[in-house]
Structure formats: structure tokens, C-alpha cells
Design a protein around this ligand. Sequence first.
Ligand code: ADP
Ligand code: MG
Length: 230
Amino acid sequence: MSDIILTDKICKDYSLGTHTVHALVDVTLRVSKSEFLCIVGPSGSGKTTLLNMIGCLDVPTSGKVTMFGGYDTSQLDDRQTTLLRRDRIGFIFQSFNLLPVLNVLENVGLPLELQRVPRPEIEARVAALVEEVGLIEFARHRPDELSGGQRQRVAVARALITNPQLVLADEPTANLDHDTGMAVLELMLEMNRAHGTTFIFSTHDPKVMGIAKRIVTVEDGRIKEDRNVA
Ligand SMILES: Nc1ncnc2c1ncn2[C@@H]1O[C@H](COP(=O)(O)OP(=O)(O)O)[C@@H](O)[C@H]1O
Ligand SMILES: [Mg+2]
């Protein structure tokens, strides 16, 4: 079976003046289709750095990241990287990153606009997905008229609207209270089951990692533990 992601002994160094931060050290991670995986670790452990490598926002200092069974991320040019990100990966952020002047339908439809999908198809796909994430009655609301949990549901829909193979969520519950955060993760799990989309989310909160099927613990840039949850 082909892997969605394979990181092969990746290291990432940042130089800060005279000294070097080893943000990732020999990280080898293999992720298959339809996994629902949590990366957990304290602040500064390397979660964002690892997600940035997987999301093709950055390349490792050494080692190799292979995506979707064949793309070595360090070999892609800017245009190839942009297309890979646009068409195959959905992103969910801690701070939602919705456009304040657009309503729910418009925010969710934005990635399809970028793909130049015809307008009637955008409208149909967006309406179906907004219904699926439980926000149809808020369709014409702008982000500032929604709660934090509702905003993150919009972000989940926006990440999924292009039917990506992979969704990356960097601390998606960090700005939500526990129950609201869990509800957003439940929605992500539902979408994982319904669409077979691979999800990777990070958290520093051990209380929310229990929902994952696989938990990868990072500490000081290294994988400390990688376990499947029954
Ligand atoms: N752009 C950067 N420049 C220098 N150091 C960085 C940069 N980004 C992250 N780091 C350092 O790398 C380490 C891992 O950071 P990060 O991946 O953001 O951890 P986490 O997301 O788990 O909080 C930390 O020591 C952090 O200070
Ligand atoms: Mg982080």
C-alpha cells in the first residue's frame, strides 16, 4: 500500500545568531491513507516544524520527505509545490484564518475559486458540505457573527471542500474550550470516516489526544513514542 507521507530521518535546524536550534532530529514517520493521527508534545517540541515539512511549507535540513507515494518535496519547484498544496492538502489553523469580509459559504468556497471550478458547481458542493458540518442555518453569517467552535467548523469545511487526500491541523483546538474543541475533533473524525481523508492534528493538550487512532509523541524534536490506539 502506498504511503501518503514518508519522512525519512529528517532533521531541521534553525540558526539563531551564533547557535543552532535542532527543531527536528532524525524524524522518521510513515502515514497511510485514512489515518487519523495526533502529534502531541509540549510547546517547543517541534510539532509545527514537522507539520510545516509535511505541508510542503518548508524542507528539511537533511533527510527526505516523500508525499503521495512519489513527490520528494525538496525536488519540487515553486509551482509544483503550490499545486500540490492547493489540490491535495487541506489546512486548518489554531486561529481559524477565515476571511472576515466573506460569509460562511464564501469562505468555504474560496479554495474552489482558486481552482477555477465553475460557479454552479462551487455553489452545489459548498452547500452540501456546509450542511454536512451542521452550519447551513449560518450560511450567510460572517465569521464575527459565529462562535469559536462554529468558526473552526467553517475551517474544517474549507479544508475539505477540494476533497484533499490529506488534512493538516496545527493545534486546531488551542483557542477553544475543552468541550468545543472535542466537538470539532469529533467532526474531523466523522469526515475522516465519511470521506477516507487522512487527518493529522497536533496538540499540546494530552486531554484531547484520546480521540486519535494513532498518537505520535514528540519531545525535543524527536519522536519519543508512536502507538496505535485500539
Ligand atoms: N523560524 C524559527 N527560527 C528559529 N527557531 C525556530 C523557528 N521555528 C521554530 N523554532 C524553534 O524550533 C523548536 C520547535 O518549534 P515548533 O516546531 O514551533 O514547536 P511546537 O509547535 O511544538 O511548539 C523550538 O525550539 C522553536 O523555538
Ligand atoms: Mg506549534
